[in-house]
Design a protein. Structure first.
Length: 325
């Protein structure tokens, strides 16, 4: 499914879930981003009708309980709504890995422009006099990860297939270099965000760590200016280009602690003292040592010795500064 169509369907579902009233097709056309604008022409009307009919059919095929009806006897045409009671799922129990995946998806949702468009649709519903159930609405507060300010413009450029220009500061360079890239996508790998695309100046695929992007990336040129390679696996590209030999690190964590660490760890079972043994994979042991030190006495490194010593060094330095671990 095309990205823009997926956005439109998500926005449509959110709008219809957030009201007890039936919303007419004309109102949906006006409030949900992505539909053909009403310019008074027959061509635009036909385009909207075809698009809306496809969207309704697709939602119903996916099992979304889309209802048709009228709010009162004075309504002159049918409208649409989604019965929340029929749409909501029962309580779901997730494993640690599944919960981490859902958390990552939520961060993507909150970072992307989807939330802003959906919120705009709800504002228009309220302005039109439609009863919006704000007490039970889906939380749509847009949020961008403060550690990766380049995420949203890179994501948007990749989604729209637009050329992207930005400054990039490598550790071995004194000043940022200007890069012109056809962005194929943004992916998380080993706890970091990367942009993958075709570097136009180097005429080759390249991987860019978002934390090294300087300033705000700028999208230029028309949309749909290029197509990513068929069968592209972003994580595979990153794994092939990011240097650093992977290391296995074994730690002990007190039960009920280090929740964030557990999301990326493989459980090894309980230790003799009742602590949980976890295995972590990293290509950046120094960065992992920083993370482990932040858990203080809740986490103990078993192996390798280099990582354990690095954590001890960091904790010793914090203790000398009077900072509690």
């Amino acid at each position: 499914m095309a990205a823009k169509r997926a956005e439109r369907l998500v926005n449509l579902v959110i709008a219809l879930l957030s009201t007890r009233q039936y919303v007419t097709a004309a109102r949906i056309r006006a409030i949900v981003p992505g539909y053909e604008a009403d310019d008074g022409s027959e061509r635009a009307d036909e385009a909207f009708k075809r698009m809306f009919e496809r969207d309704k059919a697709e939602l119903r095929e996916m099992g979304v309980p889309l209802e048709t009806g009228r709010t009162s006897a004075f309504d002159t045409e049918d409208g649409y709504r989604i019965a929340r009671a029929d749409y909501e799922l029962p309580e779901i129990r997730l494993t640690g890995e599944e919960a981490a995946a859902v958390g990552l998806a939520l961060r993507l949702w909150e970072s992307a422009q989807l939330a802003g468009a959906a919120h705009s649709a709800l504002v228009k519903l309220k302005a039109a006099g439609i009863d919006v159930d704000t007490s039970r609405a889906i939380p749509l507060q847009p949020r961008l990860d403060a550690g990766e300010p380049a995420f949203e413009p890179c994501y948007a450029a990749a989604r729209d297939r637009r050329l992207l220009e930005f400054g990039y500061q490598r550790p071995d360079e004194d000043v940022p270099a200007r890069r012109r890239v056809q962005p194929w996508g943004v992916v998380a790998w080993h706890g970091r965000w990367y942009l993958v695309g075709q570097d136009l100046d180097r005429a080759a695929p390249r991987v860019f760590r978002l934390s090294r992007v300087v300033g705000t990336p700028k999208a230029t040129g028309p949309a749909n200016a290029f197509e990513p390679p068929e069968g592209l696996d972003l994580a595979e590209v990153v794994a092939g280009q990011v240097t650093g030999e992977e290391q296995l690190v074994v730690v002990r964590a007190r039960p009920g602690t280090a929740i964030g660490l557990r999301r990326h760890a493989t459980p090894l079972g309980p230790a003799d003292d009742g602590d949980d043994r976890l295995q972590l994979r990293t290509t950046e042991p120094g960065r992992l040592a920083d993370q482990l030190a932040a858990y203080g006495s809740d986490v103990l490194v078993e192996a390798p010795t280099e990582v354990r010593d690095a954590v001890i060094t960091r904790l010793t330095r914090l203790a000398a500064m009077g900072v509690p671990a």
